[in-house]
Design a protein around this ligand. Structure first.
Ligand code: ADP
Length: 454
């Protein structure tokens, strides 16, 4: 088959480009071994984990505000998660049916930089392409240590129709990134006793330390986070789901018993077989791309997790569209703004941030003015009795253009989008202060924060 564009992977980095290029009349073929659109995000990542997170949050609120005291039916929560995933699989099938994109269930293997083979269930499909979009995403990184084979990853907990349908009594999570903390929050809220073993002395490495310490001070104290506690070994006890996690703390060997042990030790890019034949430049985080999302080989684009520059679905979607626009034009006409990608940590409560935060501003020599508003004054935060936290905006001194912001507390992942739009478009403090944010929604706190400096 001769096509204009071959797309490997049908996640957030794959299908938006497929539909955009198809709409413009190009012949597009896309393949993914899952046989579904949506990638890991939908199959075992953001959508299922955030579904459980919403249910867990409902439960926490019902207990706190209405005295609800039943235990949560975890199986029902997992059923609802599967239902949401199914609804989205169906929606994507419909979108596919309405397009001329040819979709195969199978892996792409690269032959050279104009030829590949799709290993479809019904047999090999030879493809000759002008452009290749490598959108093969990422997978959990699993360090090897004695007993590591007994550990699950977030994929196992959140995947479609997972076999984990009984709420664990006691769970150990190994890692200190956002997946570890989110899962800890969710499972703790649902009723599991959660221990988090962090190898170093901090979580969310690389993130502004003021933001990290605010989050840590707000997390439920029942979550047992142990720093400087590298894992040595996981042992299985008997033939049931019972494990002993042995770790070291201040050079002493310690242990915790658990009925579920999860590794959350980062994600790494996935390259299709034969990728080395393309001779692409590969960097520390993945396939190297510039802001036009082209690789070092000019007919190959690599949007999304596979380049490791901003491993989030929404970032992948935008990068996918940037790739499509540049392929269509045949010359760079669209650029990814990696700086304005909003990022949330969906703990309970959550945090979210975007742009340049104070520690980075200092490193770059940017002088900033901070504007803030405490959520204790916000009406919606009061409605939920979740008045801890703040909105904080960072403006460049002089121009008063916003370069970044964070939200700690209620609705952070929803509200950050407004700040992100402001950062992406270089709005000034005055423009933000003059906007009539809707009452009685938490967004009001954003314009209140902007007004605090006038
Ligand atoms: P992104 O957000 O960057 O799209 P995801 O990890 O969500 O990343 O999606 C990547 C998709 O690529 C997954 O659905 C995965 O099954 C698919 N994939 C991985 N390897 C291949 C391959 N060799 N050929 C086709 N698809 C692949």
């Amino acid at each position: 088959m001769i096509v204009d564009v071959l797309i490997a992977g049908a996640g957030g980095a794959g299908y938006p480009a497929a539909f955009r290029l198809d709409k413009a009349g190009l012949k597009v073929v896309m393949a993914d071994p899952k046989g579904e659109l949506g990638g890991n995000c939908l199959y075992q990542g953001c959508v299922p984990s955030k579904t459980l997170r919403e249910l867990a949050h409902l439960y926490v609120r019902a207990k706190k505000l209405l005295g609800f005291n039943e235990t949560i039916p975890f199986e029902k929560a997992q059923d609802h998660k599967d239902f949401v995933q199914e609804a989205r699989f169906k929606q994507h099938k419909q979108e596919l049916a309405e397009s001329s994109v040819e979709f195969y269930k199978g892996e792409v293997e690269i032959i050279d930089n104009h030829h590949a083979v799709i290993k479809d269930e019904k047999g090999d499909v030879q493809v000759e392409y002008k452009y290749l979009i490598l959108a093969t995403g990422s997978e959990p990184f699993k360090p090897k240590f004695p007993g590591s084979e007994y550990c699950i990853t977030s994929d196992d907990l959140y995947k479609y129709r997972t076999s984990i349908r009984k709420l664990p009594k006691e769970m150990v999570i190994i890692g200190g990134g956002y997946i570890a903390l989110e899962t800890a929050s969710i499972m703790n809220a649902l009723g599991t006793k959660v221990h988090v073993l962090v190898r170093s002395d901090r979580v969310l490495r690389g993130l502004d330390s003021r933001l990290v310490s605010s989050l840590l001070s707000m997390l439920d104290k029942n979550i047992d986070i142990r720093f400087n506690s590298p894992v040595i070994e996981v042992q299985k006890i008997g033939d049931k789901d019972e494990y002993k996690v042995i770790y070291s703390e201040k050079s002493e060997k310690k242990e915790i018993s658990a009925d579920l042990v999860m590794l959350a030790t980062g994600r790494r890019p996935v390259y299709p077989k034969g990728t080395e034949k393309l001779g692409l430049a590969i960097g520390k985080t993945g396939i190297m791309v510039d802001e036009t999302i082209v690789t070092s080989v000019k007919n190959v684009y690599a949007p999304g997790d596979v380049n490791g520059r901003a491993m989030f679905f929404h970032s992948a979607v935008r990068q996918s569209l940037v790739s499509a626009h540049n392929i269509l034009a045949g010359t760079p006409i669209d650029y990814m703004d990696f700086q304005s990608v909003p990022i949330s940590v969906f703990t309970i409560p959550s945090i979210a941030y975007v742009g340049i935060l104070p520690e980075e501003a200092k490193r770059r020599g940017i002088d900033i003015i901070e504007a803030s508003y405490p959520l204790s004054k916000d009406s919606r935060a009061q409605m939920y009795d979740e008045a801890e936290g703040e909105v904080r905006l960072f403006f460049e001194r002089g121009s008063l253009r916003i370069i970044g912001g964070w939200i700690i507390g209620i609705d952070a992942p929803t509200m950050i989008n407004e700040i992100g739009t402001a950062v992406a478009n270089g709005l000034t403090a005055r423009q933000m202060a003059n906007y009539a944010d809707q009452h009685p929604m938490s967004n009001e706190s954003i314009s209140y924060a902007a007004r605090s400096i006038f």
